[in-house]
Design a protein around this ligand. Structure first.
Ligand code: ADP
Ligand code: G6P
Length: 354
């Protein structure tokens, strides 16, 4: 029969610890789809949802089964599966994938309580972002594409200090303590999800400066799984070869410590992958076109689209390094994936839809 699911929703999972750049990534992604995402109009001002013309981003914290007090009483963290309702997460993501609206709960980050639910209509693209998009096997099965943001401990620490100390007035000791307290559950429940991701963005300290611990210069790796339907990994110079490239010189201005790209095939949790790496930072974003012109399979719609996107959001964190570059590239790949799925659905015989 012809249900509401005629225009199918594609589902993207984005996993990372909190404070690891998920919302920045989402802003880059929705921009690639041609519109900024905003909170639902006229709803709960503490809603975690973001909606644009094509894309709805829901935060999986909304599926907390225990509120802040409940977690405290039971002695479990938000990262613990026991604090989350995976049955409901599965039911609602499945419903939206089938074209059915849902009444999704809201976890209020201000009060730490569960607020009355909000109505979410099935969008063209549903992004589920949070701590556990790939934890539950049933939810994982619903994902058309999955991404894991893997921020190394050193970098996580540097970013947390930036945010919690500079912007929220926390002490260095309390930040250290909160990271330490999260670590066992992070290692047990969050980190293992990266083995399921179709793309991983790994953020590490630079190798260009010996013993660097400032976290200002980053080495970023885009790990792309081979053989994923509708996804063809980006490559540098020649697909499948192994390359090291220092683009600094006549066509790209670099200050200390410079920029180094690497590319090649590798293995990741037993899967065949391609890895594109950038260590260092850009001095002049307009010159990024030089780097862009040496990358292939970018899924751009016109020459220079990556550079244009990066320039457009030059004020977002990570715009001068591989985090911004690779987030932008993954955004373009997701747009391409979406368009391919839509085209293949349109071409499929009617019977196949039932
Ligand atoms: P999340 O949504 O995962 O909590 P945000 O995107 O809000 O994370 O980022 C949290 C903070 O981390 C930002 O305010 C910024 O200080 C820092 N941050 C995020 N991404 C980057 C980046 N690519 N480079 C540097 N700092 C970053
Ligand atoms: C959300 C975040 C977690 C964070 C938690 C705060 O669920 O996703 O990363 O730890 O809120 O929990 P707390 O128990 O400190 O209120």
């Amino acid at each position: 029969t012809c249900s509401a699911g005629d225009s199918q929703t594609i589902v993207i999972g984005l996993a990372a610890d909190s404070g690891c750049g998920k919302s920045t990534f989402m802003r880059r992604l929705t921009s690639v789809f041609g519109g900024a995402a905003e909170p639902p109009k006229g709803g709960n001002p503490d809603s975690n949802t973001l909606i644009s013309e094509t894309t709805t981003v829901i935060c999986l914290d909304d599926y907390h089964s225990l509120d802040r007090t409940g977690r405290k009483e039971k002695g479990v963290t938000a990262l613990d599966p026991r604090a989350n309702n995976f049955d409901l997460m599965y039911e609602q993501v499945k419903a939206m994938k089938d074209g059915v609206s849902v009444e999704k709960p809201i976890y209020n980050h201000v009060t730490g309580l569960l607020d009355p639910p909000e109505l979410i209509k099935p969008p063209k693209i549903l992004v589920i972002e949070g701590l556990h998009p790939m934890y539950d096997a049933r939810v994982r099965e619903l994902l058309d594409f999955s991404i894991y943001l893997d921020i190394s401990n050193e970098v996580k620490f540097a970013w947390k200090i930036q945010r919690d100390m500079t912007e929220r007035g926390h002490s260095l000791e309390s930040i250290k303590a909160s990271i330490e307290a999260r670590k066992p559950d992070f290692d047990a429940y969050i980190d293992p999800q990266k083995q399921y991701a179709d793309a991983v963005i790994e953020v590490l300290p630079t190798q260009l400066i010996p013993d660097d611990n400032e976290g200002k210069v980053l080495r970023v790796r885009l790990i792309m799984k081979e053989g994923v339907k509708y996804f063809s990994p980006v490559y540098l110079f020649d697909e499948g070869s192994t390359i090291e490239w220092i683009p600094c010189g006549r066509k790209l201005t670099c200050s200390y410590p410079g920029i180094k790209f690497s590319y090649g095939p590798d293995a990741y949790f037993g899967h065949e992958v391609s890895i594109l790496e950038m260590d260092g930072k850009f001095d002049r974003l307009d010159e990024l076109i030089y780097v862009e012109s040496h990358l292939s399979n970018l899924s751009t719609k016109f020459y220079g689209e990556v550079t244009q996107q990066m320039l457009k959001h030059a004020d977002f964190p990570g715009s001068n390094n591989g985090t911004g570059l690779f987030q932008t590239i993954v955004g373009l790949k997701i747009r391409d994936l979406y368009e391919q799925i839509i085209t293949s659905k349109a071409a499929a015989p009617v019977e196949a839809k039932a």
